[in-house]
Design a protein around this ligand. Structure first.
Ligand SMILES: Nc1ncnc2c1ncn2[C@@H]1O[C@H](COP(=O)(O)OP(=O)(O)OP(=O)(O)O)[C@@H](O)[C@H]1O
Length: 366
């Protein structure tokens, strides 16, 4: 039996947009639905560069209703944060902070791999290594060199694997001298980074922030409209106490919490498939509940993650089909959906607040 227009619409009503968690048909995400014989063509609006799962769901729904060929034309519309006239980077649609309360939990590793995962999905991405205490981008991306300037006013980021990069490590002679940066100096340097780097047009700019709770989050919230923050933690209790503080700080200053990533979550040894939870379990989930944000992923502890990071090619780039890389890709996919939902709600689109009311947008204070 040939598929009818009504049957196609009924099938599409059951496909849910992953960002808004509502049927595509309810939020105007399907256009130009055409049926010729048993073949269906349509345009689908995607708000994330990760389109494969949505495409498969659309195709499966239509086939279930009798379609033979399904041809999807994508209209990719990545929502933007609320960009004010005096924004230092008006071409940057989303600014995502990667934060942790404590050093050494793998924040930079997560930031680098999420950046590359978004890039692999086809987004235009930049990574700002704002970890003045210990810049890691030069090592993890295997780049050194001085940024140049086209207009004598703003630095151009360096580029590697198709990603724009800026790090304090590119600007100082000896990365270790960054340790003397304190308080206001650190905050000023971060803001200067935002103002003085010409990021051009980007879908996502990932900010790898220094560990700690304090003033940085406050400064950022006052001077920058960000899409939100990702909190990185490890499962251990000790790490958690510091992470609670950074979550509270972000909430206090109105930075939306997009999700929690639990790093070094489990270990799979050679020759067995069992997940060994070396550092306990449930830590990420507890932080997520406290933050009223979803746990968007758990990353295994895998020697290759460190080895590739040290070798200048993070694992998502070096071995995208590995289990560890897939874990990062899955986190990036959920992050992109959370960022889209945030952008849509701040644009006044249909607002779905799944975070229990934490996603507040406070007016920018100057
Ligand atoms: N899931 C993992 N499996 C194996 N090694 C990891 C994993 N995550 C991070 N590492 C390694 O742990 C070390 C610390 O990671 P990273 O530099 O990303 O942490 P950080 O939180 O950014 O630290 P800092 O606070 O010093 O900036 C690095 O050597 C990194 O390669």
């Amino acid at each position: 039996m040939a598929i009818t227009f009504d049957a196609a619409v009924a099938a599409l009503r059951k496909v849910v947009a992953p960002d808004m968690e509502r049927p595509l048909t309810e939020i105007d995400r399907v256009h130009d639905l055409e049926i010729v014989g048993d073949d269906v063509s349509l345009e689908v609006v995607a708000t994330s560069p990760f389109k494969a799962q949505l495409g498969a769901a659309v195709e499966q729904a239509l086939r279930g209703a009798g379609a033979r060929e399904v041809k999807i034309t994508w209209d990719l519309q990545i929502p933007s944060r609320d960009i004010q006239e005096d924004d230092p980077s008006p071409g940057v649609k989303n600014i995502v902070l990667v934060m942790s309360g404590k050093g050494g939990v793998g924040k930079s590793t997560v930031a680098a791999n999420l950046t590359l995962a978004l890039n692999r999905a086809g987004a235009k991405v930049g990574l700002l290594d704002a970890d003045m205490y210990g810049p890691s981008v030069p090592t993890m991306f295997g780049v050194m060199g001085r940024p140049t300037s086209a207009d004598g006013q703003r630095f151009l980021p360096l580029e590697r694997f198709g990603v724009k990069l800026m790090s304090i490590g590119f600007l100082i002679e000896d990365a270790r001298s960054a340790v003397v940066w304190r308080g206001p100096m650190l905050q000023n340097a971060l803001l200067q980074f935002m103002r003085d780097v010409d990021w051009g047009q980007l879908d996502y700019l990932i900010l790898d922030l220094p560990p700690g709770t304090g003033d940085i989050a406050l400064t950022i919230s006052q001077k920058l409209r960000t899409t939100g923050a990702v909190i990185v933690t490890t499962p251990q209790e000790v790490a958690l106490q510091d992470v609670y503080k950074s979550v509270s700080m972000a909430q206090k200053v109105g930075i939306p919490l997009l999700g929690v990533v639990e790093n070094e979550s489990y270990f799979i040894c050679d020759g067995c498939t069992k997940r060994h939870e070396l550092f306990g379990s449930g830590g990420g989930q507890r932080i997520a509940e406290f933050a009223a944000a979803p746990l968007i992923g758990q990353i295994p502890i895998v020697p290759a993650i460190r080895e590739w990071g040290d070798a200048g090619t993070p694992i998502v780039q070096a071995a995208p089909d590995s289990e560890a890389a897939k874990a990062f890709l899955s986190v990036a996919e959920r992050l992109a959906d959370r960022a889209s939902a945030q952008g849509l709600s701040s644009e006044g689109g249909p607002r779905i607040d799944r975070s229990g009311g934490v996603n507040r947008h406070l007016p920018i204070m100057r």
